[in-house]
Design a protein around this ligand. Sequence first.
Ligand SMILES: Nc1ncnc2c1ncn2[C@@H]1O[C@H](COP(=O)(O)OP(=O)(O)O)[C@@H](O)[C@H]1O
Ligand SMILES: [Mg+2]
Length: 227
Amino acid sequence: MTPAAIRIDDLAFRWRRSRPLCVRLQQLTLAAGASLFLHGPSGAGKTTLLNLIGGVLLPETGRVELLGQPLGELSAAGRDAFRAEHLGFIFQQFNLIPYLSVRDNVLLPCRFSRRRAERAGDPVAAAARLLAALDLEPALAAAPAAELSVGQQQRVAAARALIGRPEIIIADEPTSALDASRQEAFIDLLLAEARAAGSAVVFVSHDQRLAGHFDATLELVNPGAAA
Ligand SMILES: Nc1ncnc2c1ncn2[C@@H]1O[C@H](COP(=O)(O)OP(=O)(O)O)[C@@H](O)[C@H]1O
Ligand SMILES: [Mg+2]
């Protein structure tokens, strides 16, 4: 049986021992290839939870398992390698490297993970295909990322997350700079590509109206703030 993309049990996290809990999550299972919409107000702990899922942060108690691998059993270097191989991140500010071309930004995960490069087949062709699928003109591939509009940067960030078909795509409020109809168009493109690649998606937004695009929804509340 294919292991779940993400399985979380009894998770608790606080930033400092003297601080209240920031994230508490009893159970979450996201099946391979499924999509989850994670919402909650600013400060709810959404980004913190994504960093726990990515193994950037470690929980105080509980367990995060990705693709059957408990992250707590890996060293820090092992978690970095696991993340590069199996996760694609779309950050809120996109984090493109401004002086690199659009194409080289998309190819970055293939430089950090041989597995991603192999799964991409011909990485340059895969980058071109993804950019086209996300509605970016071929002529933009050679342009520095710094020259793009916000909407274009967002689609480049999505292509970078998708290249090499990672099993899990994580998107942290990547649409907040766009108007509603463009947000929805972006989500549909992202989900279609993720589905084609068999990637599970965790998509964070404070905008609950977007929930209908996803298989499941989770509302996050900050246990410290609620107390
Ligand atoms: N690096 C950090 N150090 C200490 N506290 C942090 C840090 N990052 C976030 N927090 C706190 O954790 C809480 C949740 O933040 P965050 O996960 O960014 O929420 P969201 O993404 O839902 O807006 C907030 O109270 C925030 O101040
Ligand atoms: Mg956040």
